[in-house]
Design a protein around this ligand. Sequence first.
Ligand SMILES: [Mg+2]
Length: 255
Amino acid sequence: MTGAQTRGPRVVLFDLDGTLFDHPGAFRRGILAHTAALGAPYDSVGADDIVAAWQAAEDLHYERYLAGEIDYDGQRRARARDFTRRFGAEPPADDAAALDWFRGYHDEYRAAWAAYDDVDETLDALEAALPGIRFGIITNGVLALQERKIEKIGATARMEHVIASGELGVAKPDPRIFAHAVELFGVAPSEAVYVGDRVRVDALGAAAAGLTGIWIDRDERGWGAFEADAAAWDIRRIVSLTELLGVLGVATARR
Ligand SMILES: [Mg+2]
């Protein structure tokens, strides 16, 4: 249909961590503050090594949680144990101590919560360019925690639906979580776009469900191994949310 592109989408859905919410920044500040408080042996380790080790532990065990291999507290305990072992520190004595160790990190992580600075201006610009546009979030996480983050970044009132894998029992990139979201909004997949910071999990997952997949590459890493898949699925790449209107072709929309 002529003009469909210039009218733009009816629904814009976002990933939360690494897309709207500066999870990498809070993650870094959180583990550095936690290990600084613990002192030895971490005081003789470089900040980048600490962050990399904590990231490796999260990547491994959060993935196991999403795959249903361990429960939510189990991935927290496993991350604490891996990390202390990695640096030869005294490991947590038991499950309760491992969770306590994790909570020490999590308190610092929460203290560092913040939105990226391009979020508000982008949502404002989308609302101005596309009157009646509706927003939502699809996140691989536990609903209560993710809702606290959305509250902290001041986006609660603007998000019509928040879909969390922890509630649904299906995680991105499974197309069913994207299909569930557009059904909640009552729109066709082709009327929705999804913006996320992971090519495979976010953009390709959304595209497989019939949405327009947009990859936000904040660190400007480039497509790498995903170049052919991204081209085949017509994934768009942006490095800041402020590019969203341009990439949707609605920057100069007139009503
Ligand atoms: Mg993300």
